[in-house]
Design a protein around this ligand. Structure first.
Ligand code: NAP
Length: 304
């Protein structure tokens, strides 16, 4: 395996914290691009990774960072935007993708490993629609691209089990919108592994990998499993469509946005796949329900 220089945008996030050390382990050189490190993101970053701080929308800055890079991994993303117009998602998903592609062309960087999501381009959520438009930019770029479309990603500190764990700690009853929506949570280590293998394997060029785990669970089941894992007795209420929509309208205004109107629209589609890319990359999908203690850090952290 030849040593490559891999630039990772959004490498400070949940997925990046697993992906960067995994790629370093293969002996590659890694540069993380960040809008600005915080004390926490600096502490969590692998020491061997270089960091460049700057504006990820600035093509000149990116072209300068890419320099002699062999591959770019784009993990930037947001789950919520300010308001409900779609312009926040458009700016992050489509805008940054355009800047990355332009900078790669300017610097002569050949490979782009692009993070997307299951159902990209489907349904009427702004999140998924902008994901679809970003994928179209990648496919039309002329670069050596690979696209990854995970279901929801699970692991210690995730935005799924850990987020519900926090909410369950605050109330004896948890009402949830579209509790019937189905997911196949994929282990964060498997996602990092998929990227690492794709970087090393030119056969992944031009491929779209859907990434899912073996457990297919409804949102309501995910919340109940979270409560059970911590030994909490909680009532999980699946709301009607009307009440769920109302909850999303209100949730969007609350601190931390437990749910938004756009999250609610995304939940109209199951985040599942019958075309799992993990085995295609030689990875046996991890059962996340076997890892709940680790995900919730039950053996290391006290209940909140
Ligand atoms: N977690 C999941 O369940 C899941 C499922 C499907 C797809 N995805 C996608 O996978 C990617 C990584 O997910 P993640 O969970 O690691 O996300 P994350 O923890 O929120 O990290 C994303 C990174 O993006 C950068 N970022 C955040 N807001 C930004 C903005 N407004 N403009 C530019 N950059 C911004 C941040 O880096 P800096 O602050 O250092 O700039 C951040 O570390 C994202 O594209 C996400 O949408 C995640």
């Amino acid at each position: 395996m030849s040593r490559q220089h891999v630039v990772v945008l959004g490498g400070t996030g949940f997925v990046g914290r697993h992906l960067v050390p995994r790629v370093l382990r293969d002996g590659h050189r890694v540069t993380v691009v960040s809008r600005g490190l915080t004390t926490d993101t600096r502490a969590a970053l692998s020491r061997q990774a270089s960091v460049r701080e700057g504006d990820v929308h600035d093509t000149d800055f990116l072209a300068n960072v890419f320099g002699d890079a062999d591959a770019v991994v784009n993990l930037t993303g947001i789950l919520n935007e300010k308001g409900d117009r779609g312009d926040g998602f458009e700016r992050v998903f489509v805008g940054i993708t355009e800047s990355v592609i332009a900078a790669m062309k300017a610097s002569g960087t050949p490979r782009l490993l692009h993070m997307s999501a299951l159902n990209a381009g489907h349904g009427d959520s702004h999140y998924l629609q902008s994901r679809g438009r970003a994928e179209a930019k990648v496919r039309g770029s002329g670069l050596q691209w690979t696209i990854f479309r995970p279901s929801v990603i699970a692991g210690p500190g995730d935005g799924l089990f850990c987020r519900f764990d926090k909410l369950l700690g605050m109330a004896p009853v948890l009402p949830i919108a579209r509790g019937h929506a189905r997911f196949q949570p994929v282990w964060v280590g498997d996602v990092a592994e998929a990227y690492a293998r794709a970087i090393n394997d030119p056969k992944s060029i031009g491929q779209v990998y859907e990434l899912v785990g073996p457990d297919e669970l409804s949102l309501a089941q995910i919340v109940r499993l979270t409560a059970q894992a911590r030994g909490r007795s909680r009532m999980v209420l699946s709301l009607s469509e009307r009440l769920g929509r109302w909850q999303a309208n209100i949730g969007e205004l609350l601190p931390g946005k437990p749910i938004s109107r756009d999250n609610w629209r995304s939940l109209a589609l199951d985040s599942t796949s019958r075309d799992n890319g993990l085995p295609k990359l030689g990875i046996t999908p991890t059962r996340v329900t076997d890892r709940l203690r680790e995900i919730l850090r039950l053996d290391t952290a006290p209940a909140t």
